[in-house]
Design a protein around this ligand. Sequence first.
Ligand code: DLL
Length: 435
Amino acid sequence: MIYNEEFETLPREALEALQLKRLRQVVARVYHTVNFYKKSFDKAGVSPDDLRTLNDLQRFPFTVKQDLRDNYPFGLFAVPMSNVVRLHASSGTTGASTVVGYTKHDIEIWTELVGRCFVAAGLTKNDIIHNAYGYGLFTGGLGAHYGAEKIGASVIPMSGGNTKRQIMILQDFGPTAICCTPSYALNLAEQGRAMGVDMRALKLRVGIFGAEPWSEKMRGEIEKALNLTALNIYGLSEIMGPGVAMECSEERNGMHIYEDNFLVETIDPQTGEVLPPGTEGEIVFTTLTKEAFPLIRYRTRDIARLNLTPCRCGRTHYRLERIVGRSDDMLIIRGVNVFPSQIEAVLVGIDGLEPYYQLIVDREGTLDTLEVQVEVTEKQFAGADEIKVIQRLEKSLIKDMKDYLGITAKVKLVEPKSIQRSFGKANRVIDKRKI
Ligand code: DLL
């Protein structure tokens, strides 16, 4: 089934004509309403009138996450706040966080696109959808929620956490579909088994998993543990939230990008040069229909490849293959995005700590773990109540990490000079996870 047959199956030529029309509109609009774009286009010597073909977009400058941070919180909005009906944000200390806004119309489009995703997954109004994406500033919970209601399904607004309760609801309410991160799906399966529940006998038949990288191997494990069909959903808050791209149940081989709303390019992350579609590189999006927070040539930092071959399902939109990595140092820990620099921002300014730290990321069972090792100062280390003070410091750091970044971390304060010094770019992250 296809939610919006007209737009999802547009022949390529008509799709590109629509994209060009929308692109010209959005580029002109941001130029005239957002100071940042006026300045950056002027600096690059381009104007909206230069856009005659889709290829002309290559002359326009990229937008990067730092631009969002520099304009924190609302500086890139293209409409007055009175037209904004919703805000979402990433975690982070002030300024390191990114904030996105939506008009009523933006929410309608987002809702339709997530509706498209659910229909692509084979869901209908007869399904009960257990939504375990976090509700709140994260886009996952509310994004999936609105889409589920749009197709008329019954949605259980479960949010994240409370695993035992989730397992009880899965048994009692009998949802036929579940939305969560792939690692949480494995965690639910494991905890359910530990509680003596036959997780394969639940009514679940489809899982819609995303918000973090996963592999075909993990797909196999989840399908086996929960006895369902596992599908991949992609999105990022800057561009909209979940529902930028979604796998169809027919081929389960790459996620159709809703290209009537998002223009996609692949670039070389080192040089910024545009690569032929189908080559592995960094994915760049331009939003074509967003009102409150349009983005022009936004560098996602996600590394992947487009699949241009026609799909059995009939959708003409190109597919995004699995995300294979990132061109920056962003970590996704239990579905929460965090940059080492944000952790550093929590650490600096705390009396008794040195600016030397290391992050050790691992996976225990199905759950990501993060250990932050930080050096204490000589003075602190040699102090009389050393152990008591260190324990207090560790506790308060764990709390700050949770409060500012939403992550659960172990903190280990280590002796002065025990973290290896680097002679070039510091390598502060040791990621031992094998996904
Ligand atoms: O994770 C939106 C989302 C919610 C997508 C629910 C899917 C389901 P952010 O928190 O802004 O938004 O994180 C976006 O997460 O740039 C990717 O690096 C990563 N990511 C999202 N989906 C996938 C996926 C949401 N299916 C960042 N596979 C993106 C791999 C993914 N990585």
